[in-house]
Design a protein around this ligand. Sequence first.
Ligand SMILES: [Zn+2]
Length: 221
Amino acid sequence: MSGEANTGEITYDGVTRYSLSANPQPVFDFAGGTAALDFVNTVLWRTSAPRENLHDYSDILRFCRSARLVSDSDASQLKLDARRNPESARRAFRKIIKLRERLYSLFLAVARGRRPAAADMEALNRALGSALHNRLVASGRAFTWRWGGSAKDLERVVWPIVLESGELLVSDGGSRIKVCRGDGCGFLFLDKSKNQSRRWCAMQPCGNRVKVRRYQSRHTN
Ligand SMILES: [Zn+2]
C-alpha cells in the first residue's frame, strides 16, 4: 500500500475511476452508469461508514461539471451567482441534498423491487415540474437544454439529473437499477450487461474503492 498517495489515479478496465489528490477535493465516482445514479452515489459507503462528497454548492457544481451536465460557461455563471448570493446558494444546496436523498430512497426501492414511497415520488414530481421549465434549443444540428425558469435559480444545475431520473424510471432502465453487493458499499448502478448479471458497482468487487477509502482516511485524520 505504500506509495499509494502518489498514485494519482486508480484505473481498472482501462477506465479511470478515481482521481486522487493530496488536495481534499471531493472524489467522484462514475460507476453508476448514468448521471442520476452517479449523483445519488455522491455518498460513499452508504451502508457502512457513509462519507459525504458534497459539502456545499460549489461541490455540486464540481460534480455536475465532472459529469458533463453543465457547460463551462453555465458553470461559471452559476459560480458567480452563488458567490453573489451566498444565502441562496446555501438554500439551493440544502434542497439539492434533500432531493438527492429522496432519489436514493426511490431508486433503492426500485432496485429492491418495492413500491417507492409516496413522499419520494412526490419530491421527484415536484423537481420535474421545475426541471421542465428547461427549453430545448436547436443549435446547428445539435440540441441543447437552456434554462427556461428564473436565471437566478441555482437549483437549475441539477435539472438534467432530475429529467434523467424521470426518463430512467419511464424507460426499461428502472428494471436495471441494482444495489452493489460489495461489503458496505451501497452504490446503485445501472446494469447494462446483456443477461443483467452484474453484481458490483465496479468490474471487480469494490476492491479499488477499499484502497481509496484507506487512502482517504489516512489523509483526513
Ligand atoms: Zn460497490
